[in-house]
Ligand binder design. Structure first.
Ligand code: ZN
Ligand code: ZN
Length: 290
């Protein structure tokens, strides 16, 4: 059985290549980074030297897969043409950066219909996705992330992502399954039976062959809580037992899991700073035991 890969989101501040050493410092086997500041439209201009250095350090490192996470401002269900165009531009840029640095792909929060319903936006969103894949014609995968369901976020139901994939018909359009969002959206992944039912629903609504990558986060919110609140592994409503059930399921063999957790405060009173060695080790321990 192909081994599950345990990775983490890391900062790329100070140059995109800095992400490699940050990933190695917490013994991550894969990393995820932002292509530019996630709360800003301004795109970072990654110089050719920075990209070459990233590729060089990556090749020498113990890091395998690299993923980008698109900026948070993009919304393909935006209700103004300006917002939609900026969103498309940001995603095309992220896919272009992904290809330049040799990343596997880009994880995307597809957007929010703000209560208008999926039917009201499905044409706009699927046309935008088709255009994005044409304008960034490389190899990078575009992985739509499932959502916790807050504020009309697209992807609360697996069927919403399945509907988009069905319309766009590109092998590059795939899915990122976030474990925290999954539980918050009402899919019980805290038990082996719940994991089996969730996998079966994913397979019928989307197809397991479209599962590109996972975000491994515990949840501060209970089952069906509809809020996106990440928690450290084993400390939330998914719990160690839920992650054991997931990592033991054949659907996830060989998959890349990326942590996006708050982290633990240091012994010396240092405050928590995102995915850390403790969370990486907790997932590795679960992986190696199942
Ligand atoms: Zn996520
Ligand atoms: Zn989240």
């Amino acid at each position: 059985m192909a081994k599950i890969v345990i990775g983490a989101h890391v900062s790329s501040s100070g140059g995109i290549f800095k992400a490699i050493e940050r990933g190695e410092a917490i013994e991550a086997e894969a990393i995820q980074i932002f292509p530019s500041a996630p709360q800003m439209w301004r795109q970072t201009n990654h110089k050719p030297e920075a990209i070459a250095k990233f590729r060089e350090l990556h090749a020498e490192s113990t890091i395998g897969s690299v993923w980008l996470h698109n900026i948070y401002l993009a919304n393909l269900a935006a209700d103004t043409p300006e917002h939609l165009e900026k969103s498309i531009g940001a995603i095309v840029n992220a896919l272009t950066v992904a290809d330049a640095i040799g990343a596997d792909g880009v994880v995307l929060h597809t957007g929010s219909h703000k209560g208008a319903g999926m039917d009201a936006v499905v044409d706009q969103v699927s046309e935008a996705l088709t255009r994005i894949l044409e304008e960034a014609p490389g190899n990078a995968i575009l992985a739509l992330e499932n959502a916790a369901g807050q504020g009309g976020a697209i992807g609360k139901e697996f069927s919403e992502l399945g509907m988009l994939i069905e319309r766009v018909k590109s092998p590059r359009l795939q899915v990122c399954l976030d474990t925290c969002h999954t539980l918050a959206a009402g899919y019980d992944i805290s038990t082996p039976e719940g994991v089996a039912a969730t996998v079966a629903e994913f397979d019928s609504a989307i197809g397991l062959d479209r599962l590109a990558v996972l975000h491994a986060n515990d949840s501060k919110m209970e089952l069906g809580g509809l809020r996106d609140r990440h928690e450290n592994i084993g400390e939330g409503f998914i719990g160690t037992a839920g992650f054991e059930a997931m990592l033991a399921h054949p659907a996830f063999k060989g998959k890349v899991l990326l942590l996006e957790v708050p982290g633990f405060p240091g012994d010396d009173g240092e405050k928590a700073d995102g995915p850390d060695l403790e969370n990486v080790n907790r997932l590795k321990k679960i992986r190696d035991a199942v």
